[in-house]
Design a protein around this ligand. Sequence first.
Ligand code: PMP
Length: 343
Amino acid sequence: MHEKYFDNAATTPVDERVVAEMLPYLHEFPGNAASIHDYGRRARAALDLARERIATLIDAEDPLQITFTSGATESNNWVLSNYEDIAVSAFEHSSIRKVGIQRDLANYDGKRSHALLAHMWVNNEVGTIFSLPMVTGQRTLVDATQGLGKLPFAVEHFDYVSASGHKFYAPKGVGFLYQHEIDLKPFMIGGEQEASRRGSTVSISSAVALGAAAALAIDEIPERMGHAQQLNEVLLDSLHGISDMRINGTTPKSPYILSLSFHGIQGETLLIELDQAGFCCSAGAACNSTSTSPSPVLVALGIEPEWIRGTIRVSFGKYNTAEATSELGANIARIVEKLRKFQ
Ligand code: PMP
């Protein structure tokens, strides 16, 4: 199942073991973690365990440095809402980049020190792994969304770290923010949940799922990396014969993401034909898939418009197989050749 789903950077299927851990918290144990009775205590205990598991995954000193959120978008928005003077690169996810643009702060030149530097770890479109800044005198927000659960990670000296569960086999709509010092004013104003850091009743089942996914990741990261690397090589081998093809993004790169450009074709037509053949790939960031303007990340990389037009993203996950990946390669080669004949 899901062998031909190659859009794992957009979202991953929920692992069955994660589903099994979260299900009891929907009906059997439906408590609110803020309640003081037995049901509430059970919910709180589940939340504590989930927080500990995430702390272990990211090597945080104290589980209380972690606040559950609805995902990386909220976590990123939350941090930025606390800072006026921010530096944002053109490669950031839209939940960071658009805040920068709104405030007319999108021109990070690296020369001046800002109060907060927002920097992604793994780029969601081309897979480049950025070396994370160690800058004194300014705070750092690391968007770890595309690397967490896939590559080893530690919070080290970072002030804030954001991530979403659905990129590593937990459900959508749950993520977290790590704060080194608990110094942010709430973004979600409401009750006193999450030690008054974030209003809104915590979804215990989702938090449990995130914790379960973190625990699985701790055990499985080496295996997942090896698998992704293997699939990456299988795909590139099977595309060997295609002329006028480029692999986008600078190294080092995450083995889970391949951004490929084919000159002389429309990436969208290729995606539609792949879909008809049973393969799910994407043009780039899923959250911008309805936009007709070229990806700001590809533009910032200096890729020419005629190559951007023919770009697709293949993103691997643990359910993909080498057979399906080689079949994907054969289908890409077949369709690209056919489309080029018609241009
Ligand atoms: N940051 C990065 C790097 C991402 O890839 C994504 C999801 N595409 C997000 C943040 C936002 O995650 P979510 O949509 O789960 O809030």
